[in-house]
Write a protein that binds this ligand. Structure first.
Ligand SMILES: [Zn+2]
Length: 167
């Protein structure tokens, strides 16, 4: 199975366990990302363009494709071995580092862009592109200190079993 198929299966499985509130949260996170995505049907795209997340009072199944894609997106940070483990299958193949960038803090691959103010889903460092020793006010730390604290609180071996890293 390739990574994309794995993301799809995991997303569909995960979808079944979401509460309405979970779905609305994901919808809000991905609303503006998917507003211009031409893969969706025209009715959904028109709705996205003419409304904002605040207008959604009750979840509607027309949003399902966005939730599935949102969930698929969240699985990109996992390595092939861990995806296979989650699916209880022997092997998942595919380039783990395709379209994903390394976090300057934890060094796992977790970012959509470089120095694009993305927040790492693993260590939560915001990629402001600051120099190793400069204090970053949004992160309330220097990069080096943040990294040291993160690895004090988290077991590196366990993280490496799950996330994408250089060998
Ligand atoms: Zn990180």
């Amino acid at each position: 199975m390739n990574r994309n198929e794995a993301f799809e299966l995991l997303a569909r499985e995960n979808f079944l366990n979401l509460s309405e509130k979970n779905k609305i949260d994901i919808l809000t996170d991905f609303w503006f990302i998917y507003e211009d995505d031409n893969n969706y049907d025209i009715q959904l795209l028109t709705y996205l363009k003419q409304h904002s997340p605040e207008d959604v009072e009750k979840y509607n199944s027309i949003f399902d494709p966005i939730i599935i894609d949102g969930l698929k997106f969240k699985y990109r940070i996992f390595n092939n071995k861990y995806l296979a483990q989650l699916l209880n299958i022997d092997i998942v193949v595919g380039n783990e580092k395709e379209g994903i960038f390394k976090c300057p803090c934890c060094n796992f691959y977790s970012l959509d862009s470089q120095e694009g103010y993305d927040i790492c889903a693993i260590c939560l460092w915001e990629d402001v592109g600051s120099n190793q020793n400069n204090y970053s006010s949004v992160n309330r730390s220097t990069l080096d200190n943040y990294r040291i604290n993160f690895f004090k609180k988290n077991n590196k071996k366990e993280l490496m079993d799950k996330y994408i890293h250089d060998d």
